[in-house]
Design a protein around this ligand. Structure first.
Ligand code: NAD
Length: 432
């Protein structure tokens, strides 16, 4: 089986590595560096920044002197990317990696760098790029790519968009010393998240000195001035730097999808549950499909596509996707929100607990946190969990496991958790 994969992000390279293990002959074509957005300008560089931001905040809390050497932090971030890219290179030893921009010639042929590549099956995993608002001055704002390349901390930043990317950078640069304003169009931050969590995060970030304006529609950027309309009033924010983080759009330009007859719309390439496109033998996974834009989702979609190619069934649950927002405090979620359950007419019970009642959290001086477990009112089955608080991104996986096992509250109530640990926050909610 000759498999051709386009794109070397977590959707593309992880699938390539697995396909080689399964005995396929794999060619991977990529325009950008190995690792895609996740490694080069997304998850990994931001988490390196997060590590230093956390150290800074902990030192501040402990009353220790804080000297921020941002240039050094930025260099360490680049070193982390380099190290991990080397790791991917060695993982891809059995793969024919081609650097170039891929374009379809027909349903089994792709051209890159003036050469044609034929395959029995093709997986498109080209990812996404920052969306830009159609407003005057939009091209002067930074996106997540440019802000990650900064070598100095701006004295002030205006962040357009209070979604995942906007809030992660707002939180980071506040720790690094910037004055930060977030302008969010919707009524709450993180519009698709649990409303309780979004409200609490707004409060927590506010306490850290981040100014947040919701229901703010940005209309123009003029140098360091960002203009917006809030409740019919024209307002403006002055800042040294502007970050635009208003969503991402699928990378489909230049792929010449028409030559193969692949259907797509404004959101991205259309796929079915096996990640098959409208054309037999061609699959699409990850951000390019316009679905849930998360690295780990792309990887598992690639795995599903491989299983589909081999005619294998799998038990991957795409309704149980843990996700985290690496603000300070962190937010982590899995499953349905309260609002989603209400919309679907599902009768639920919400069980809650607070970090301030947890011994480890108090010892750590990390008491700003909250956990909400959602269970079916009928049979106690766990349907979702939403946590704001330190290390919630590590804790959420316990609930993901429970949900994958279709566990109910009574199944998990008797599971012993070590004391004193933050995991007892979850246990306290379940015992409520
Ligand atoms: P997003 O959809 O999470 O947030 C964009 C925000 O911008 C929304 O809240 C939206 O209401 C707001 N907005 C839109 N137009 C606006 C306007 N004119 N004025 C003010 N606000 C406006 O998108 P994102 O933050 O750019 O992230 C893109 C994708 O990347 C998401 O799918 C996200 O899940 C993913 N991502 C995930 C992680 C993570 O898992 N930690 C990190 C980064 C990115």
């Amino acid at each position: 089986m000759r498999l051709l994969i386009i794109g070397a992000g977590p959707g593309g390279y992880e699938t390539a590595v697995e396909a080689v293990k399964r005995g396929m002959e794999v060619t991977l074509i990529t325009e950008g560096p190995l690792g895609g957005t996740c490694l080069n300008e997304g998850c990994i560089p931001t988490k390196t920044f997060c590590h230093y931001a956390e150290l800074i905040e902990q030192n501040r809390k402990a009353g220790l002197e804080v000297n921020i050497d941002f240039r050094n932090i930025a260099e360490r971030k680049d070193a982390v990317i380099g190290q991990l890219r080397g790791g991917i290179e060695s993982l891809l030893k059995g793969v024919d990696v081609v650097y170039g921009k891929a374009s379809f010639k027909d349903a089994h042929t792709v051209t890159a760098g003036g050469q044609d590549y034929e395959a029995d099956r093709i997986i498109i995993a080209t990812g996404s790029q920052s969306a830009i608002l159609p407003i005057p001055g939009a091209d002067t704002a930074m996106t997540s790519r440019e802000i990650l390349a900064l070598r100095e901390v701006p004295s002030s930043i205006c962040v357009i968009g209070g979604g995942v990317i906007g809030l992660e950078f707002a939180s980071l640069f506040r720790s690094f010393g910037s004055e930060v304003t977030v302008l969010e169009y919707c009524r709450e931050l993180l519009p698709r998240f649990d409303t309780d969590i979004a409200k609490r995060l707004k409060q927590a970030l506010g306490k850290r000195g981040i100014r947040i304006e919701t229901q703010a529609q940005v209309t123009a950027i003029d140098g360091g001035t960002v203009r917006y309309i809030k409740k019919d009033t024209e307002c403006e924010v002055q800042s040294e730097a502007v970050l635009m983080a208003v969503g991402r759009r699928a990378n489909i330009e230049g792929l010449n999808l028409e030559a193969a007859g692949i259907e797509y719309d404004r959101r991205g390439i259309k796929v079915d549950a096996g990640f098959r496109t409208s054309v037999a033998d061609i699959y699409a996974v990850g951000d390019v499909t316009g679905g849930i834009m998360l690295a780990h989702v792309a990887t598992y979609q690639g795995l599903r596509a491989l299983n589909d190619i081999e005619g294998k069934q799998d038990s991957i649950r795409f309704d149980v996707v843990p996700a985290a927002v690496f603000t300070m405090p962190e937010v982590a979620v899995v499953g349905m929100t309260e609002d989603e359950c209400k919309e679907r007419g599902i009768a639920i019970r919400c069980l809650k607990s607070f970090y301030r009642a947890n011994g480890k959290a108090v010892s750590m001086d990390e008491t700003d946190g909250y956990c909400k477990v959602i269970a079916s009112a009928e049979d106690g089955r766990i349907l979702g969990c939403h946590i704001m608080g330190t290390h919630s991104s590590d804790m959420i996986h316990e609930v993901a496991v429970m949900m994958n096992m279709n566990a109910s509250l009574s199944d998990v109530r008797n599971i012993i958790h070590a004391h004193p640990t933050l995991s007892e926050v979850l246990q306290a909610a379940i015992h409520e």
